[in-house]
Design a protein around this ligand. Structure first.
Ligand code: NAD
Ligand code: ZN
Length: 352
């Protein structure tokens, strides 16, 4: 049990130096904000990258940005929430003034404050203050654990939307997903619910592929060292019923995987770059040019949380099936080590 004014938080001091310490309580709730008692927080690859490489600024930071919690207090202007409501936190806060914000593409706002880049932000703590407009109320049938998935699921919704997956006139989208991590598997489930008819997913990790299969992939490809892009592209075609994918989503960020995405996709098709790997990668760009394979970027989400919530609330996407490990906040180091070991699909930390 924690005492009333104890605000335990998982704080990253420098690379590989994560400690659970007591932080001051958040300042008094502002008019447009709510004070939350944090509930569940998922660990994502970005948190792991901070842990390994260290934070960006000089101040220690609280990790975690896939979160849901319960409203404790509401600011004077907050009308759509009340104490006791459970909410999912949309972490990135745009400026509301620039052209991108004004046209609804607020994920591209230059001033966007990412929770995980600001010292006093980060959701792995007991008490946390956030603008109410970026807190999405969960219905009765959606748990805090599922609520914590709305952040990565919104990434998947945004990515699949940009990829233009549709139920086509005849066969529908034949989709290749490279990388069966949480983002790849969530994208698979979203793409299915949006109409993709055949989905093939690749990974280096067999356990991740079997989970992807259980969760609805039509076929999987185990990428092993020494296999060429041509050889893998042939297998993709076979697995998709003898035709190349018309849409490919790279959800790994790995150079080899992006190269395969271009090689495997049919002429006139589309390749979404969802994975964020090294800043520079070598790809057969001229091949994509002469075959009119469109390559495009995807970043976070804008106005996608409501649809992500609808997918969970309606039972169309079972996010809980991705959780392989659960830890209490005081065991944050163990949780991060488990996530880093590669043995887990999704690790969730309980902050309450
Ligand atoms: P993850 O690291 O858990 O999953 C990546 C998967 O790719 C792993 O299972 C890995 O084994 C697999 N992989 C690596 N090399 C491969 C190869 N050559 N062929 C096939 N599979 C390969 O990460 P995640 O949380 O699922 O996120 C996926 C990627 O998306 C990461 O790069 C992450 O940074 C990025 N991401 C981007 C956005 C965005 O807004 N664009 C949002 C969230 C995550
Ligand atoms: Zn803006």
């Amino acid at each position: 049990m924690t005492s009333k004014n104890e605000n335990l938080a998982a704080v990253l001091f420098k690379a590989n130096d994560l400690r659970v310490v007591n932080k001051p309580m958040p300042p008094p709730t502002r008019d447009d904000d709510v004070l939350l008692r944090m509930g569940r927080v998922g660990i994502c690859g970005t948190d792991l990258s901070y842990l390994s490489k260290g934070k960006m600024g000089t101040e220690p930071i609280v990790l975690g940005h896939e979160a849901a919690g319960t409203v404790l207090q509401c600011g004077a202007n907050v009308k759509h929430l009340k104490p006791g409501d459970r909410v999912a936190v949309e972490p990135n806060l745009p400026c509301h003034r620039c052209e991108y914000c004004m046209t609804g593409r607020y994920n591209l706002c230059q001033l966007i404050t990412k929770v995980f880049m600001s010292p006093d932000k980060g959701n792995l703590c007991h008490y946390y203050r956030h603008p109410a407009a970026f807190c999405h109320k969960l219905p009765e049938n959606v748990s805090l654990e599922e609520g914590a998935f709305l952040e990565p699921l919104s990434c998947a919704v945004h990515a699949v939307r940009r990829a233009g997956v549709t139920l086509g006139v005849t066969l529908g989208t034949r989709l290749l997903i490279c990388g069966a991590g949480p983002i790849g598997v969530l994208s698979m489930m979203v793409a299915r619910s949006m109409g993709a008819t055949r989905i093939c997913i690749t990974d280096l990790n067999k356990d991740r592929l079997s989970l992807a299969k259980q969760l609805g992939a039509d076929s999987v490809i185990h990428v092993t060292p020494g296999r060429t892009e041509k050889d893998l592209a042939m297998e993709v075609r076979e697995k998709l019923g003898g035709r190349q994918p018309n849409v490919t989503m790279d959800c790994s960020g790995a150079e080899a995987s992006i190269r395969l995405a271009i090689e495997a996709t049919e002429s006139g098709g589309r390749v979404a770059l969802v994975g964020l790997g090294p800043r520079e990668v070598k790809v057969p760009l001229v091949d994509s040019a002469i075959r009119e394979v469109d390559i495009f970027g995807v970043f976070c989400y804008a106005n996608d949380f409501k649809d992500a919530l609808e997918l969970v609330a309606s039972g169309r996407v079972n996010v809980k099936a991705l959780i392989t490990h659960r830890f209490p906040l005081v065991e944050a180091n163990k949780a991060f080590e488990t996530a880093r070991s590669g043995a887990a699909m999704k690790v969730v930390i309980a902050c309450d």
